[in-house]
Design a protein. Structure first.
Length: 226
């Protein structure tokens, strides 16, 4: 009897382990290639888009020229199924992963604030010197010493602290930093708020940008690949 109970317990453990889904690490996915995992098992929201984005009468419209776009949206709970180099995705913002003509072409997500430094270091180590950075400034009193130190340590070439024309101390920091490798853009946006440094990353392929299939990257911005 004890042997049967032990066997049944082991069987349940094996089945539970087998049924447990692996977390999808976005840093391990290869852009410009077909997905090697079915994301429908990780999110309940999958949308098809037939066509590209065009500006019309001050708004946007989808014009079908044969483009096949599939968007996987991860909500507050489903974002727990994702990581980026092991770092957690902020559930408050969720995430989106998009394929274009069956190729992985776009992703956007925000890391949890305690993982910001990890995300920055991954990008710097993996892709080297940024292609460019757009600097912004914020009143120094709005940031904690911890946040200022995190910015200055990771981006000493862009960090400045000085008095502006109104005799107010401000911190200058890289708000948007971009890397390009193998026709893929990695666009990081930093948002410093008091004790936190928020980290948002957009990843988009040149093909998806050129064909204007992603809202927000539908040729209403300067070409980031130039």
């Amino acid at each position: 009897m004890k042997t049967k109970i032990l066997f049944s317990s082991l069987l349940l453990v094996i089945l539970a382990t087998a049924c447990k889904r692996k977390v999808v690490d976005i840093s391990q996915l290869t852009f410009n290639r077909p997905l090697d995992i079915d994301l429908k098992g990780y999110t309940s929201r999958v949308e098809n888009q037939d066509g590209h984005i065009e500006v019309s009468n001050g708004g946007l419209k989808i014009v079908d020229k044969g483009e096949k776009v599939m968007k996987y949206s991860f909500d507050e709970k489903e974002s727990a199924n994702l990581k980026f180099d092991g770092a957690g995705i902020n559930p408050s913002f969720g995430a989106v992963i998009t394929t274009y003509n069956n190729l992985l072409s776009f992703a956007t997500f925000t890391l949890t604030t305690d993982q910001t430094a990890r995300g920055i270091q991954y990008l710097k180590k993996k892709y080297g010197k940024p292609k460019n950075a757009v600097v912004n400034n914020i009143m120094a009193e709005a940031l904690s010493e911890k946040t200022k130190a995190m910015i200055s340590e990771n981006f000493p070439e862009y960090y400045k602290e000085y008095k502006n024309d109104f005799n107010t101390m401000v911190v200058e920091y890289p708000q948007v930093t971009s890397w390009v490798k193998d026709d893929v853009l990695y666009r990081m946006t930093l948002d410093p708020v008091k004790n936190n440094l928020n980290f948002k990353l957009d990843i988009i392929t040149k093909k998806a940008f050129d064909d204007a299939v992603i809202i927000g990257y539908h040729k209403n911005i300067d070409d980031p690949f130039k």
